[in-house]
Design a protein around this ligand. Structure first.
Ligand SMILES: C[S@@+](CC[C@H](N)C(=O)[O-])C[C@H]1O[C@@H](n2cnc3c(N)ncnc32)[C@H](O)[C@@H]1O
Length: 272
């Protein structure tokens, strides 16, 4: 994987690269198992603002390793279906749900956010954490959310936002996958949802969560580089520390200048 400013023209390639990166040991090392700013604390907050409750059916789009779905089922008692592009992540999430004792509530399926493998009007709530910005066709992804929600249902997104243009050094495939290169202004996310038919009813800024996550990644990179030099840690040779550290530094500077932030959004589909 390089950080070249060239994006593959094929959207399938973008999605495959994205799921491959997030399934990698490096992603686990840098991010843990919860792949979004704010971690499970922000996930629980999202569940609260969405009024999740026992008996509800929830769809988690781009569910990654399943940590959010499992935590929400444990906290709110709802039934959760995770959809994730990466097959290995689906398998790991399924195993994690069994280990956590919630396999009766939480299941995972391989699928594409732009063509969800679920029937119309099946879910009370849809969530999508730190992934909408990576979908090449955001209008279709928003329409899919609308299609699978029951009338009166809610959607909750958390995602990276940008103000102004993405700086030149933060473009490219790797940065796209890291949710940076195609982060949208808040109003654009709201527009995708509105155009799909939703009414946006809550927007909250959580920029500090993004800053903390970026600092944490930079700290881990510095620590890991030292451990690799001391031969106390084995990481794939493909991790270019110099490049990764300079990207992390540029991202932190951009966050400090408020060029990037993190948002929680809620929208609803009008009752029938
Ligand atoms: C930043 S991670 C977030 C994962 C999870 N939502 C979380 O917060 O831990 C982005 C995830 O989106 C998944 N993804 C990317 N494109 C997708 C698509 N078109 N359909 C389904 N999942 C996708 C990736 O495989 C990756 O697991």
């Amino acid at each position: 994987m390089n950080s070249s400013h060239e994006l593959p023209s094929d959207p399938i390639e973008v999605k495959m690269c994205c799921s491959t990166v997030y399934q990698s040991d490096i992603a686990r090392f840098l991010l843990g198992d919860s792949f979004h700013p704010g971690g499970l604390q922000l996930t629980e907050h999202l569940g609260t603002v969405l009024h999740l409750a026992q008996g509800q059916r929830v769809l988690d789009i781009a569910s990654g390793r399943g940590k959010s779905a499992i935590a929400l089922a444990q906290r709110f008692g709802c039934q959760i279906q995770g959809i994730e592009y990466g097959t290995q992540a689906v398998q790991e999430a399924t195993e994690a749900a069994a280990e956590a004792g919630v396999a009766h509530l939480v299941t995972f399926l391989q699928g594409d956010a732009e063509c969800l493998p679920v029937a119309n009007e099946t879910f009370d709530t849809v969530i999508c954490e730190c992934a909408f910005c990576t979908f090449p066709d955001k209008s279709t992804a928003a329409s899919e959310m609308w299609r699978v929600l029951k009338p009166g249902g809610r959607v909750g997104l958390s995602d990276l936002t940008r103000l102004g243009d993405v700086p030149e050094e933060l473009r490219g495939l790797l940065l796209w996958i890291a949710c940076i290169a195609d982060a949208q202004p808040v109003d654009d996310y709201a527009r995708y949802l509105t155009q799909a038919g939703f009414v946006v009813d809550l927007i909250e800024a959580h920029d500090e969560a993004l800053y903390e996550m970026a600092q944490q990644i930079r700290g881990k990179l510095l620590g890991a580089e030292l451990l690799v030099r001391l031969k106390k840690l084995d990481l794939p040779a493909s991790l270019d520390f110099t490049q990764a550290k300079s990207l992390a530094k540029a991202a932190i500077a951009a966050i400090q200048m408020n060029q990037f932030g993190y948002v929680v959004m809620r929208a609803h589909k009008a009752p029938a």
